[in-house]
Design a protein around this ligand. Sequence first.
Ligand SMILES: Nc1ncnc2c1ncn2[C@@H]1O[C@H](COP(=O)(O)OP(=O)(O)OP(=O)(O)O)[C@@H](O)[C@H]1O
Ligand SMILES: [Mg+2]
Length: 111
Amino acid sequence: MSDELLRLEGVGKRFGQAEVLAGIDLGVARGEVVAVIGPSGSGKSTLLRCINHLSPPTSGHVWFDGKPIGERHDGTRWVARPEREVDAQRARIGMVFQRFHLFPTSPRSRT
Ligand SMILES: Nc1ncnc2c1ncn2[C@@H]1O[C@H](COP(=O)(O)OP(=O)(O)OP(=O)(O)O)[C@@H](O)[C@H]1O
Ligand SMILES: [Mg+2]
């Protein structure tokens, strides 16, 4: 069992002309806690969706627990995994979806 739970290599994401993520390399160890901080629109949610392949990266690759997510390498090239396999991989990765007003800010709710 490797200490590294998550690995990103050269992860990029484009929406048409917009390059939202570029060349993200990241390793996260088992039990490590990482916070991704940045201004609104900087690509934090996009990065999370790329990690679980809800929104597949347009470049680079993601490994979870040693296995590439959403695809596999057949020795010569990368091939997409069947959606059922990707779902099984995603089931091991939690993500809380962001909603507008996720945290209440009214004075009453702060008491
Ligand atoms: N499906 C999409 N199609 C086109 N552009 C998108 C799409 N999803 C995200 N973007 C763009 O990608 C950029 C990053 O958005 P993202 O939601 O990842 O930012 P964020 O860092 O999570 O922002 P926030 O702090 O507001 O949650 C934004 O410019 C956004 O408009
Ligand atoms: Mg977000």
